[in-house]
Design a protein around this ligand. Sequence first.
Ligand code: GUN
Length: 287
Amino acid sequence: MAQIIDGRKISAQIKDEVKEQVAALRRQGREVALAVIQVGQDPASTVYVGNKKKACEYVGIRSLSYELPQETTQDELLALIDGLNERADVNGILVQLPLPGQIDESAVIGRISPLKDVDGFHPANVGALCIGRPGFVSCTPAGIIQLLKRSGVEIEGKECLVIGRSNIVGKPMALLLLRENGTVTVAHSRTRNLKEIASRADILVAAVGRPRMITADYVKEGAVVIDVGIHRNEGGKLCGDVDFDSVSPRCSAITPVPGGVGPMTIAMLMKNCVESVALQDAGSLRG
Ligand code: GUN
């Protein structure tokens, strides 16, 4: 029977480690603060933002909340970011995505100081990851590396397949697995023979965005399967990109949905916030 990789347990461990680090910084007279910006009232975003603020409270990070109206202009948002970039008492800046149509997301991401970009979305941080320099790494893929390492899964030399090539998950995931000396393939919607490619993978990361698409016939016996998807099925129950019931008997380890990758994103955001203090002390991404 497959090992179930418990994201709730591992994310709780990470949050407790961050809590200790925040307390140690406080003993040196330093506070850690995260500015969280939400534009409009998308219900899913409101839930995510609320969970981020709760996590801040748990680990002892001060959160500054900016709830802006749906009709906020791009210039207004950029002006807020400029102000937060300048403030020495703000370590991290997070703009919840998606943004309303009148605002260009890449202009907004590009305006956040790379030293405060705790989401790891700024091109300077993506570039730093690509060439192995210090910087912030996107939270979901960084969390997946923690799930693998803390579950005793070796990455070095393994055939790793990432299905999905988004800027937030697929691409940084591939770079992180490469950094860990995996042999990495990236598959996507135009990939031919996906089943054949997938059935060679020792570590399979599914970030496809299609409910239960990855069935047992995609998975090699003994593979480790990481499911990034989160969907509601016909009955209203949560499910992932992986058909857990058919896949789990074939693999050596698997993340469930819910309770796998999901809880890791916020834990890694907290970890990035605490690490931002050292990056800001260094004063640049050059390390
Ligand atoms: N929207 C969905 N996921 C994320 C995330 O990780 N960060 C931000 N800022 N917005 C999101």
